[in-house]
Design a protein. Structure first.
Length: 341
């Protein structure tokens, strides 16, 4: 789905899309869905790469390049995050992971949305080849997620922002700064080899063909509207409420970010996507409020305010300078695609 900036604004204002997100998430409460099935279903649809690619050296690169508060990136672990999060959110329980291996495993699971099945495979692989008398890892993925819930850790985020108070409940947006997310993606070693700066007039057997975003008419027209010497940075946003399995399924809604300049094949790998943030999902006090026009309006307003807060740093200065392959380029970011359940 290709859209320009005006079309993206219209899409963001589509009431039915975002009401359905909220309603579907609230309907999940109390249904007791099997967590394994939820996670496996999500990964079957989204992940096109094997488990091997998910836990490859790119995973290490991701954590090394993460920019998080109060910690050096190369020394950052989930226990560091627990400390950071406690400083931000004082109500968090003072519970820690039992060891660094346990913490790093759950960091990997969270950032790459690994299913319980994939996580259990990693645990078995580690236990079989580590030759340790006692495994430092959780017995299985479910045990690890249960500990995370007790720790009240929503994700590997370094910041939170209060969006509103409703029915005496404060709702927060947990997020990574959007520029940090983009820089993390661009810092991956092989991204520059799969990154395109300019429109490509792709043809197949002499006829116009479309294979990537940068071969389409939207890209051609948008690029032509930019100042001479600048480049288009295509922003892709997508979300899926079924992935919030480390918290109550109806409490948060994840938003991910990727870059359309990256070839589709490379972009489909997990490290080319970043968790931008978790949007709060409002809870109605009863069925009557849930169906009311005022509540639905508040749901939409919450979504828009959250997205505005997340994306404002991208558009506040209209253009940004970013490094690709150790060279600095002048970019104008544009939201090209929004994908949501």
């Amino acid at each position: 789905m290709m859209i320009d900036s005006l079309e993206s604004e219209n899409l963001l204002n589509n009431e039915n899309n975002f009401e359905s997100i909220h309603e579907n998430s609230n309907e999940d409460e109390g249904e007791g869905e099997n967590e394994d099935e939820d996670n496996d279903s999500y990964n079957a649809e989204v992940e096109e790469e094997s488990l091997t690619s998910d836990i490859s050296h790119s995973s290490v690169s991701f954590f090394e390049n993460m920019e998080l508060s109060n910690s050096e990136p190369e020394n950052y672990s989930f226990n560091n995050y627990a400390s950071d999060y406690n400083n931000i959110c004082e109500e968090a329980e003072p519970i820690e992971f039992p060891n660094n291996a346990y913490a790093d495993l759950m960091a990997l699971v969270t950032n790459y949305n690994l299913s319980n099945e994939a996580t259990n495979a990693v645990i078995r692989f580690f236990n079989e080849h580590s030759n340790l008398p006692l495994s430092p890892l959780p017995k299985n993925a479910k045990k690890g997620r249960e500990l995370m819930e007790k720790m009240k850790i929503p994700t590997l985020t370094s910041k939170k922002h209060k969006i509103l108070t409703h029915n005496n409940i404060d709702y927060y947006l947990f997020y990574h700064p959007v520029l940090n997310c983009i820089k993390n993606i661009l810092s991956i070693s092989d991204i520059s080899q799969n990154f395109t700066l300019r429109f490509e007039n792709f043809k197949y057997k002499g006829e116009k063909a479309y294979s990537e975003q940068y071969t389409g008419n939207w890209w051609k027209n948008t690029e032509a509207s930019l100042p001479h010497g600048s480049n288009l940075l295509s922003i892709i946003l997508y979300s899926d409420a079924t992935t919030t399995d480390t918290l109550s399924k109806s409490s948060l809604h994840p938003i991910y970010i990727s870059i359309g300049n990256i070839s589709t094949k490379r972009r489909n790998k997990s490290d080319a996507k970043q968790l931008l943030g978790y949007l709060p999902i409002l809870k109605a006090k009863d069925k009557s409020e849930k169906k009311s026009k005022d509540f639905k309006k508040l749901v939409r307003l919450t979504f828009h305010n959250s997205m505005k807060f997340l994306l404002d740093p991208l558009f506040a200065e209209k253009c940004i300078d970013l490094e690709v392959d150790n060279k600095t380029f002048w970019f104008f970011p544009r939201i090209s695609t929004i994908i949501c359940d």
